[in-house]
Design a protein around this ligand. Sequence first.
Ligand SMILES: O=C(O)[C@H](O)COP(=O)(O)O
Length: 211
Amino acid sequence: MSGTLVLVRHGQSEWNLKNLFTGWKDPDLTELGVTEANAGGQALKDYGIKFDIAYTSDLVRAQNTLKIILDCVDQSGLETIRDQALNERDYGDLSGLNKDDARAKWGEEQVHIWRRSYDVPPPGGESLRDTGARVWPYYLTDILPQVLAGKNVLVAAHGNSLRSLVMVLDRLTKEQILSVNLATGVPMVYKLNADSTVKSKEVLGDMSGAH
Ligand SMILES: O=C(O)[C@H](O)COP(=O)(O)O
């Protein structure tokens, strides 16, 4: 029988708080981000899952979220693999810019397209499709085989690297993914069938506040 795949976006980062495009920049969690990671960890503890392996990105906000969650579920020594393939979408020239300033400069609609569309990259950066082009092979070769072997796998990563996975797992269209955003620190619990399709999805928290 397949194991369980849990995906969680990191808690609020310093640059989320300052409303800056972040991408591959490497700010740490805010105090609220730490609280959100703890809430996600507590939800997983209440859910009663024990993990066999964890994955995270090369970026400190995701690594520290993972560390906090593992402390909450009493698994701080768990084998953890870090890989750049799980990094946030590269925001290119937008990295470090204020999101409201960007809206003032390029217009609300253009900025929304850069942030949420499937295949329109921000200047010098990655579209969601580009992000998926590195996240998906990594998922297929490294993460999925563990789940299919019956292991419980935790992945702490980023809004857009996880959106690219969710798009395929949830079978969303290019149009449907536009309105999807992941809340910080809210675990998504996927049970998979033996053929890698999704048997069930449970969200342990509130995604409605995500913007
Ligand atoms: O990289 C960033 O700025 C955030 O982590 C995610 O940004 P988004 O909400 O614009 O996708």
